[in-house]
Write a protein that binds this ligand. Structure first.
Ligand code: NCD
Length: 425
């Protein structure tokens, strides 16, 4: 196994030092290291972070391998600085049995570019009618701990309660896609001034907030762990703030796109901006940013949602919701937060690893820890060209935008998955 000596690198924003990677772990950290057998990487101007961890990735395999595979999504993740991703269950077939989660887990191991941790469905077929085999998925080789019907809300309060109770047996967590379906029938975008002007049916903020309010009360009642997917409104932040102050065991994520883009993008009628939950208002964006800084929002999660051309390049009403995220998330975080490296490490690596229970991930580079890390050039700027992305899909909302930051290298257990900004395999 090749050893790597990264010289003059800033570890999570600290003063430059050297970092030696050997036998899968960070062997030494300190100035003036020498290791004659090691491959040297000049880290001048670069920042080392613990490898990013995504709590919310759609890999589309099995079922829609034309849009993404475990391998292509893993490559996109590695290029984005990730060393672990949690793969959502809305595949075809749905990941609602031990067999399917083990298949995804095995495909992740075979690709070997990031650790792929499958998420299991809460209900059979995401249909919201009866609980899936949560225990069998937890006991499987994939060791599922996060359960989610993402793409669909677990709308039935009794089922949601049962799921929250059930996962306590193995310290699991239910990740809710908070959307009261009766309030979003036919919805095409955020309900507000822009939807009124465009004549598109709106997805009101209250459809999200009402479910979060209900679910934090349920989580409190049964003493279980709730995670809220892709929080998008100022009102949701207030509900979460209140719940956290009461000591409810709730965590929450926000996507890069909800931190940057607003519903005014719908004026283009370009379905690349159609997403679930929808892009909201500038006031929502501001509230999400504040909540991310103060910890009401624990995590930046990509909700990487690749879609084939025919599902995206069509009329707005017929287009599938969802955007790519893995290859641009760090740049958006840097744009939104600036070089607050400790905060970025917390929201994009440590906290998601903790929530998902992924040992060996989300740990700052220090002697003895697994060498899961990424090297970032914060001074670089790059223009996003959809055709150059590793994802099989092209639905990035940042096409031709120039964004700060570039991933120079990513290491998974001491082996590079990305070097010089290029995927190794
Ligand atoms: N976030 C999205 O806009 N899309 C998700 C599922 C979903 O949440 O609708 C997808 O799987 O494409």
């Amino acid at each position: 196994m090749t050893a790597y000596l990264i010289t003059s690198v800033s570890v999570v924003g600290a003063a430059p030092t050297d970092l030696l990677i050997r036998d899968g772990v960070v062997a030494e950290v300190g100035p003036g290291l020498s290791a004659p057998d090691a491959t040297v990487i000049d880290g001048t101007g670069l920042v080392a972070l613990p490898g990013l961890v995504d709590l919310h990735t759609h890999l589309r395999e099995p079922g829609r391998e034309d849009a993404e595979t475990v391998e292509s999504g893993s490559r996109a993740a590695a290029l984005g600085g990730y060393t672990a991703v949690c793969a959502m269950a809305n595949t075809s077939p749905v990941a609602d049995t031990a067999g399917v989660v083990e298949q995804v887990w095995r495909l992740g191991r075979e690709a070997g570019l990031v650790d792929v941790q499958p998420i299991g469905a809460v209900t059979v077929g995401l249909a919201g009618e009866r609980l899936a085999e949560l225990g069998a998925m937890a006991d499987s080789a994939a060791r599922v701990r996060i359960f989610s019907d993402d793409g669909h809300c677990v709308a039935d309060p009794k089922l949601m309660r049962r799921a929250l109770e059930y996962v306590k047996a193995f310290d699991g967590i239910v990740a809710q896609h908070a959307e009261e379906p009766r309030l979003t029938e036919g919805a095409q975008m955020h309900e507000g001034e822009v939807s009124t002007r465009l004549g598109l049916i709106g997805w009101p903020a209250v459809a999200e907030e009402a479910i979060i309010a209900r679910d934090v009360l349920l989580a409190e009642h049964v003493g279980s762990r709730l995670h809220v997917c892709h929080v998008s409104t100022a009102g949701s932040v207030e509900v979460l703030r209140h719940a956290k102050a009461r000591g409810v065991r709730v965590t929450a994520e926000v996507t890069p796109h909800h931190l940057l883009l607003t519903d005014e993008r719908a004026e283009t009628y370009d379905p690349v901006f159609k997403v679930n939950p929808p892009l909201r208002t500038a006031a929502d964006v501001a509230a999400l940013r504040t909540a991310l800084a103060d910890g009401v929002l624990d995590v930046i999660a990509t909700d990487h949602a690749p879609h084939a051309v025919e599902d995206k390049e069509c009329e707005w009403a017929y287009a599938r919701p969802g955007m790519l995220g893995l290859e641009t998330a760090l740049s958006i975080a840097l744009d939104v937060l600036g070089p607050q490296w400790d905060l970025i490490a917390e929201r994009m690596s440590r906290a998601p690893a903790r929530i998902a229970g992924l040992t060996g991930h989300g740990v700052d580079p220090a002697p003895g820890v697994p060498a899961n890390l990424t090297l970032i050039d914060p001074a670089a700027r790059r223009t996003i060209e959809p055709a150059e992305l590793a994802s099989r899909s092209r639905n990035t909302p940042y096409a031709r935008m120039t964004l700060p930051g570039r991933i120079v290298a990513t290491f998974l257990r001491g082996e590079p998955t990305v070097l010089d900004g290029k995927a190794i395999k």
